[in-house]
Design a protein around this ligand. Structure first.
Ligand code: PMP
Length: 455
């Protein structure tokens, strides 16, 4: 029989384990999913929110009439809103503007105030989400910044609850624990507990977006929300969260966006589990891990949140097509045009106009995206790192009338970025995106800029 609780706060945690029998078919080692989307607020972060608020009350940081402030992609904010409002506090959540819009709506529904901040700016920038919430916490009397990234009550929630639950639910048979790393609270607390209780027998695997720095990438952007560590090329001093203890993680599986997103969709279609994209990353990693294991092993993968918050993203065919993750067979897409256009020519924002004009000689249609500077672009050019468009004809005209100098930085004189269209979009759909006088679109394959075409 299911439990009876006197308050929602007592209903946090105690989530079931569900075997992934379909996705794990043919594998010797069973793979079980910890269904954290069944928490009262819909995610694993309910645990951390409750733990951080109780610790702040205990330590005298949060007093009656106080205000809770946090930077959150949504889930931590939801947990803080539920627990915080229930305990009588004002709650303000700073949310990155690239987060799914549904997340901000849910926060408001629980009575939190939402402040949006831009993504893709350097950590030093005053508009950066962390700086915005820091200022709010300093200016509002009685405010407490939950600071999930450096708050040790975050991993501690998992030492006290998630870890022991898993050990008990598997009867101590768990051998591999797989989870994504955002603040690192989940993997550090759960993984640390499981290692301790098993005498070091449990292997802890981090599921990381391919380009995230946690697993060894250069920090260039990816599409899966809430996990991984992004690094803007202009960030001077990179800081990792204190909630994340690297030593707990034995190895990383580095998962490209396509594999993560398609796995999240398979989870819904084949297992009946509607989960978010970070669950896709975690399950993709767990399946890779399980492939090398035997019948005495038992893999547990943690599913942080529900897919209901991402109906307009990973679970939408239109969204998947728009970013180049879905190409329907037989449909007329942009691939023939892309192949005819040849390889991508891009111009670094710091190049001079003279250098750009030379590069544009080889560019189809005489236009090229102007991009941030990253060495070698090992993960491809993300549209989030395209800062403008260099147009050969416009630059030549500027040079002729003297409004542009050969030594000017092209980033300073470039036009706006070209619109993007997924490779699976029809030429007509791509034409609909043309605006601001743009003649061409950036074609996206697996979320990366593959070329420029005039549809
Ligand atoms: N997935 C989702 C959907 C999340 O909201 C979070 C937390 N931001 C994570 C994964 C990562 O969890 P953690 O912060 O404990 O590393």
């Amino acid at each position: 029989m299911a439990a009876v609780h006197e308050s929602v706060l007592d209903a946090i945690g105690g989530t079931p384990l569900i075997r992934l029998a379909r996705l794990g078919a043919g594998l010797a080692a069973p793979v079980y999913a910890k269904a954290e989307f069944l928490n009262i607020g819909g995610s694993v972060k309910d645990r951390a929110a409750l733990s951080m608020i109780l610790a702040a009350e205990r330590d005298g940081l949060l007093r009656p009439g106080g205000t809770i402030v946090e930077a959150t992609s949504g889930n931590t904010g939801i947990g803080l809103a539920i627990v915080g409002r229930r305990r009588g506090y004002r709650v303000i959540a700073g949310v990155a503007d690239k987060s799914a819009p549904e997340k901000a709506d849910i926060l408001r529904a629980y009575g939190a105030e939402v402040v949006l901040a831009p993504t893709g700016v350097a950590q030093e920038d005053p508009r950066h989400l962390f700086n915005v919430v820091q200022r709010l916490a300093e200016e509002i009397p009685g405010a407490w910044l939950a600071n999930q990234y450096d708050n040790l009550a975050n991993p501690d929630a998992h030492v006290r609850t998630t870890g022991p639950e898993l050990w008990e639910q598997t009867g101590g048979r768990l051998t591999h624990f797989v989870a994504g790393v955002g603040t690192g609270g989940t993997i550090t607390g759960t993984g640390g507990y499981l290692k301790e209780v098993s005498g070091g027998r449990v292997t802890v695997v981090g599921a990381d977006p391919e380009s995230s720095t946690y697993g060894g990438g250069d920090g260039s952007p990816w599409y899966v929300e809430s996990i991984g560590h992004f690094l803007h090329p202009e960030t001077v001093e990179d800081r990792w969260p204190q909630a994340y203890q690297q030593e707990v993680v034995d190895s990383f599986e580095r998962v490209p966006d396509r594999e993560s997103l398609l796995t999240a969709r398979r989870l819904a279609r084949e297992e009946g589990i509607l989960a978010g994209p970070s669950s896709g990353t975690a399950v993709a990693a767990a399946l890779r891990v399980a492939r090398g294991l035997g019948p005495d092993d038992l893999v547990v993968v943690l599913l942080p949140d529900s897919g209901r918050s991402y109906l307009s993203k990973v679970h939408s065919d239109a969204w998947m097509r728009q970013w180049g993750f879905l190409e329907e067979e037989g449909a007329e897409g942009l691939r023939p045009l892309l192949e005819a256009a040849g390889p991508l020519v891009s111009v670094p924002a710091g190049a001079t106009v003279a250098e750009a004009v030379r590069a544009l000689g080889a560019a189809p249609y005489g236009v090229a995206p102007v991009v941030l500077e990253r060495p070698d672009w090992p993960y491809g050019v993300s549209p989030a790192e395209v800062v403008g468009t260099a147009d050969g004809a416009a630059l030549a005209a500027g040079l002729a009338d003297g409004s542009v100098k050969p030594d000017d930085r092209v980033g300073a004189v470039a036009g706006p970025p070209l619109p993007g269209a997924g490779v699976g979009c029809s030429p007509e759909e791509a034409r609909e995106r043309l605006r601001d006088g743009a003649r061409a679109v950036l074609v996206l394959v697996d979320g990366k800029v593959a070329g420029v075409v005039a549809p």
